[in-house]
Design a protein around this ligand. Structure first.
Ligand code: NAD
Length: 497
């Protein structure tokens, strides 16, 4: 079953009475593990897939394969690597609809969203880095004193890259690591989230079909402590690229520090959305509503704290609630606006914040847990929820909820809102909404975050640095930044004459 089409058929179309099982991918082979975990369809609450429960031995085998493959792969030309990455992009694009169906089934998001965002972005990531690597140039300088010499920079691949990814945009975020790591000449061992590993397993078939040599790409599936930590701890893995929660990111940083590894951390957020009175509410509220609730609020960049100028506060809340009510919730196959939250554990975490809102006598303008009938009655659904009258010190305004719950808070002055927006430990992104150019630039400039969107949201340009400040991250990803991270720069100085 070593092609994408068969792998997708196996998971989506072939009738079977038994739970399907997927495997690790090590040294060009799909390898089963002795123990498995169950993966649950979040829309139904039913286990639908058995996945590997990898341990340190499995990780060791994968790292060994990647380690052996490194010498040959790292000496290939960028043109060769670019061609292979483009083939992967073509294969994913060719099967875009089935990849989207699979992502939806495994993650809980609506199929339309996976078709519009997750899978096209995965294709784009492979194409983007396949091309970026061809156009990357380095500085050089000819010096005259004290001796005449030519200096140039060479980007060496680092070695075996450990790539650890989360469950919210499974294939999209994994590809944002795989594409630059491989384009730069590293071999990889990736560990997708154990909650959503199905599309990553199919993607491994794309690497086989595209003609990647054995050992260049390897994948182990399993939990963080059992499969992620051995990868971080392996001394043959000099580089870890992690996207996930702040708690785990900090743990990885602590494990990697004594081994002096290169580490990139993309972590949690608590993103502020700041709305000034000059805006046309009818124009901006639809996008702001999307920024709060799309993908069930499970995008690290979703707006979570809405600071709205007091002059327009009531009107804004009315329109936000109207738009929230227009969003449908339910069966991801029926393309409701919101599907299911990713897991039972996450559902319990997210709904606990609704309980906090009730306990703290906040006002819940809309949302909560909907009644879903039919085959999704046991799924993990939460409606777009808008909360006001929240105290500044409330956990609702200070902790990452990562679900479709937002708080709206009034403000009076520019300085006040900047201070409020910067008051949390997170610093991933923010959005500023205003028709006043001075307001836009001064507020965007003062926010301590990695990205500020002004009068727009989630407009991504991969050439730009992406990452978080404070507890939201360490390092940046993007064309130049990813190439910088996935290579070691070496200066070569050659004396002339
Ligand atoms: P998580 O931290 O629980 O898990 C992320 C990955 O780390 C998973 O593959 C997991 O198995 C692995 N892991 C867990 N413990 C580990 C350990 N001890 N050692 C090594 N690996 C370990 O995060 P999640 O719940 O999957 O994802 C949600 C979080 O990701 C949210 O906080 C969200 O904000 C964040 N996120 C951030 C970005 C960003 O770009 N900054 C993007 C997407 C998601």
């Amino acid at each position: 079953m070593e092609n994408v089409s068969c792998a997708l058929d196996f998971l989506l179309h072939e009738p079977t009475d038994q739970t399907r099982t997927i495997s690790n991918f090590i040294n060009g082979k799909f390898v089963e593990t002795t123990q498995n975990l169950e993966s649950v369809n979040p829309a139904t609450g039913e286990a639908w897939l058995k996945i590997p429960r990898s341990n340190a031995n499995d990780v060791d085998r994968a790292v060994t394969a990647a380690h052996h493959a490194f010498a040959e792969w790292s000496s290939t030309s960028v043109q060769h690597r670019s061609r292979l990455l483009n083939k992967v992009a073509d294969l994913v694009e060719k099967h875009l609809d089935d990849f989207a169906r699979l992502e939806s089934k495994d993650q809980g998001k609506p199929i339309y969203l996976a078709k519009a965002i997750d899978i096209p972005r995965c294709v784009h990531n492979f194409r983007f880095f396949a091309t970026a690597i061809l156009h990357h140039t380095n500085p050089s300088i000819i010096q005259k004193e004290p001796v005449e010499a030519v200096n140039y920079v060479k980007n060496d691949p680092v070695g075996v890259a450990g790539l650890i990814s989360p469950w919210n945009l499974p294939l999209y975020l994994l590809s944002f690591k795989l594409a630059p790591a491989l384009a730069c000449g590293n071999t990889v061992v990736c560990k997708p989230s154990e909650i959503t590993s199905a599309t990553a397993w199919v993607l491994m078939h794309a690497f086989v079909e595209a003609g990647f040599p054995a050992g260049v790409v390897n994948m182990v599936i399993g939990t963080g402590p059992e499969a992620g930590e051995p990868l971080v701890n392996d001394p043959r893995v000099p580089l870890i690229s992690f996207t996930g929660s702040t708690v785990v990111g900090k743990k990885i940083a602590a494990l990697a520090a004594p081994l002096n590894k290169k580490v990139s951390l993309e972590m949690g957020g608590k993103n502020a959305c700041i709305v000034f009175p000059s805006v046309d509410l009818d124009e901006v509220v639809p996008t702001i509503t999307r920024s709060c609730f799309i993908n069930q609020g499970e995008i690290c960049l979703c707006s979570s704290r809405l600071y709205v100028h007091r002059e327009i506060f009531d009107d804004f809340c009315t329109k936000l609630v109207e738009k929230a009510h227009e969003m449908t919730v339910g069966d991801p196959e029926e393309n409701k606006t919101l599907g299911a939250l990713v897991s039972d554990i996450h559902y319990k975490k997210v709904t606990s914040y609704i309980d906090i809102a009730k306990d703290e006598n906040c006002t819940i303008l809309c949302g909560g847990v909907p009644e879903i009938e039919g085959k999704c009655s046991n799924g993990y659904f939460v409606s777009p929820t808008v909360v006001v009258d929240v105290k500044e010190e409330s956990r609702l305004l200070n902790e990452e909820i990562f679900g479709p719950i937002v708080c709206v808070v009034p403000f009076d002055t520019r300085d006040e809102v900047i201070e409020k927006a910067n008051s949390v430990p997170y610093g991933l992104s923010a959005s500023v909404w205003s028709k006043n150019v001075d307001e836009v630039h001064s507020v965007a400039g003062a926010l301590r975050v990695g990205t500020v969107w002004c009068n727009c949201w989630l407009v991504r340009e991969l050439n730009m640095p992406f990452g978080g400040t404070k507890d939201s991250g360490l390092g940046r990803e993007g064309a130049a930044d990813s190439i910088h991270f996935f290579t070691e720069q070496k200066t070569i100085c050659v004396k002339i004459n």
